[in-house]
Design a protein around this ligand. Structure first.
Ligand code: PGA
Length: 255
């Protein structure tokens, strides 16, 4: 299976100058390094989507949104839809990121509606799942992740399942520099495959890339991705520095 390296730029690149500088450094760092094997996806703030899509066209980097609303159009002040990002050329969308669940009250039901809205427009969802610190301390990781997957995939049919990426992002690790062991990550990966296998089939379960996300850096990518047997990584902070992002891509490519 292809390996994925996804950059989630969150609410950064606040000015035109910052954005242009980022894109220029991306070319300088990432492209000058030559070809890469991993599949790269960058998710900028929606405000920059169109610019990023134009910029990366033909350059082997796909562009995704960080969020969508589940309705297609209409009186939903402040929202953007799957149809909208699709028509501008985005291919992916992050669904159920822990910051959206935690700060914006997104429930499992809402994640399910967003995931289905994306699939309906042929936008590929990157579904984020993961436990918080309390749940981890109480040994509830498997239960929480299993429930999040089951709810998110409600009414998703088997022909749609290979369009999906799942990112295991323990909430306590996102933005914190705390990381799980490769063994802990691998255990959750096995659980996720098993869950999809039960909901669909073992063959389909093998088609879903399962990524790790949370404090990924060049120095820990081996532990969190390669030793854990993951199909790639979802990178937050380090994706804002193209040089660091490149080191992550290179170490995944090497193996
Ligand atoms: P981080 O964020 O790499 O900054 O921890 C990961 C994410 O939010 O996807």
């Amino acid at each position: 299976m292809d390996k994925y390296v996804i950059g989630n730029l969150k609410m950064n690149l606040l000015t035109q100058a910052e954005r242009d500088h980022y894109l220029k450094s991306f070319i300088d760092e990432v492209y000058k390094a030559g070809k890469f094997k991993s599949r790269l996806i960058i998710c900028p703030p929606s405000f920059h989507l169109e610019k990023f899509i134009d910029f990366f066209r033909g350059k082997k980097v796909s562009v995704g949104a960080q969020n969508i609303y589940f309705e297609q159009r209409g009186s939903f002040t402040g929202e953007i839809s799957a149809l909208m990002i699709k028509s501008f050329g985005a291919e992916w969308v992050i669904v159920g990121h822990s910051e959206r669940r935690r700060l914006f009250g997104e429930t499992d039901e809402v994640c399910n509606l967003k995931l289905r809205a994306a699939l309906e427009e042929k936008i590929k969802p990157i579904l984020c799942v993961g436990e918080n610190l309390d749940q981890r301390k109480n040994d509830l990781t498997f239960e929480v992740v299993s429930r999040q997957i089951e709810s998110a995939l409600k009414e998703v049919v088997s022909t749609q399942i290979d369009k999906l990426i799942i990112a295991y992002e323990p909430i306590w690790s996102v933005g914190s520099d705390e990381i799980p062991s490769s063994d802990e990550v691998m255990q959750v990966k096995i659980l996720i495959r098993k869950k999809i296998s039960e909901l669909y089939s073992p063959v389909l379960a093998e088609k879903v890339p399962i990524l790790y996300g949370g404090s990924v850096k060049p120095k820990n990518v081996k532990q969190l991705c390669l030793e854990a047997g993951m199909d790639g990584v979802l990178v937050g902070r380090e994706s804002l520095v193209p040089g660091e992002f490149l080191k992550i891509v290179q170490s995944i490519d090497k193996n």
